[in-house]
Design a protein around this ligand. Structure first.
Ligand SMILES: [Zn+2]
Length: 277
C-alpha cells in the first residue's frame, strides 16, 4: 500500500483500514512516512489555495476523500522519526475506531456550510476577526461520533495563538436541531477560543453581560456552563438575521434580549487587539 493508495479513502473507516495496511509493510521506512506526510500536506495546501481563489482564504469545508486527508494531516501534526510516526499513525487508527461510528443521521451539506460561513464573513467579518490568518477546516465526515454531534478541535500556532477546526459528522443524538444551528454554536466556540486561547475558559466580559440581562440566580446558573452558554448566545445572535430564519431554533428568546446579544457578539468580535492576553 503506497501513499496514493492510503489517501484514496472516502471515509475515516477506510482511512483507518488503509493506514493499518500501510503500517504492516515489512520494509516500511522513514522515506515512506515522509512521502505520505508530504502528499497529505500538499493536498491540504491545495484545498486552502482553492478556498483562497474562491474568496474565503481562512477556511475550507471538506467532505469525502478531502475530509479524510485533512483529518490525517491535522491529527499527524508534524513529521517525527520512524518509531514516533508509527505510534502517531497507530493512535489515529485507534481514535477513528474508538470515537467514530457508522451513522445515517442528518448532516450539513458543503454548500450550506459554505453559505453560512460566507454570511458570517460578510456581516461580521468573522474569519479575519477570529482566525488571525490561521486556516480553519470544517470537516463533514460520512459517519457519526460516539459522543458529540459536532465538536471543535483547538490548535495553538508558533505565536501561541489558538484557533480551531470544526467536526460536523452525521448527527447521532440530536437529529431535530438543524445542523446549521449546530455549526453556528461551534463557531461560537471558535470565537471564544480566539479570545481566551482555551475552549474551557469563557471570555472575560461574559459574566458582566449576563449580569446585565439575567437575574442573579439565572446568571449564576449560566456561568456554571459559561463556554456552552457563550456558544449558544453566539448562535442566537447570528440567527436574528432574516436570511437565516429557517434555521432559527430560538424564537422563544425575546427580541430585546436577542438584539442585546447581537450587540454583545459584535463587541466580542471587535476585541482583536486584546485577544488571548
Ligand atoms: Zn458546545
Amino acid at each position: 500500500m503506497n501513499a496514493y493508495e492510503v489517501l484514496s479513502a472516502n471515509t475515516f473507516f477506510e482511512l483507518a483500514d488503509n493506514l493499518e495496511l500501510f503500517l504492516t509493510k515489512p520494509d516500511l521506512s522513514q522515506g515512506d512516512m515522509k512521502k505520505l506526510f508530504l502528499e497529505v500536506q500538499h493536498t491540504c495546501e491545495r484545498i486552502a489555495m482553492n478556498s483562497f481563489l474562491e474568496g474565503h482564504p481562512s477556511w475550507s469545508v471538506c467532505s469525502g476523500i478531502q475530509a479524510s486527508k485533512v483529518y490525517l494531516y491535522r491529527s499527524w501534526g508534524k513529521v517525527r522519526n520512524l518509531k514516533q510516526n508509527i505510534e502517531r499513525l497507530s493512535s489515529i487508527i485507534n481514535e477513528i475506531r474508538n470515537d467514530f461510528i457508522p451513522a445515517e443521521g442528518p448532516q450539513i451539506t458543503e454548500e450550506s456550510a459554505t453559505k453560512l460561513l460566507s454570511f458570517l464573513d460578510q456581516y461580521y467579518d468573522f474569519s479575519s476577526n477570529t482566525l488571525s490568518g490561521n486556516h480553519m477546516f470544517v470537516l463533514l465526515p460520512d459517519c457519526g461520533h460516539r459522543v458529540f454531534d459536532a465538536f471543535c478541535r483547538p490548535y495553538t500556532n508558533a505565536d501561541h495563538f489558538s484557533f480551531c477546526d470544526i467536526f460536523m459528522p452525521r448527527a447521532v443524538k440530536d437529529i431535530k436541531t438543524p445542523p446549521e444551528c449546530i455549526l453556528l454554536h461551534e463557531l461560537g466556540h471558535v470565537l471564544n477560543v480566539s479570545l481566551t486561547g482555551d475552549i474551557e475558559v469563557s471570555s472575560a466580559s461574559f459574566q458582566k453581560f449576563n449580569e446585565l440581562i439575567l437575574s442573579p440566580e439565572d446568571c449564576q446558573a449560566v456561568m456554571q456552563e459559561a463556554t456552552e452558554m457563550y456558544a449558544h448566545v453566539f448562535a442566537i445572535a447570528v440567527l436574528t438575521a432574516i436570511e437565516l430564519k429557517e434555521f432559527d431554533q430560538y424564537t422563544y428568546v425575546p427580541d430585546e434580549t436577542r438584539s442585546l446579544m447581537k450587540k454583545y457578539i459584535q463587541y466580542e468580535l471587535s476585541l482583536c487587539d486584546s485577544r488571548q492576553q
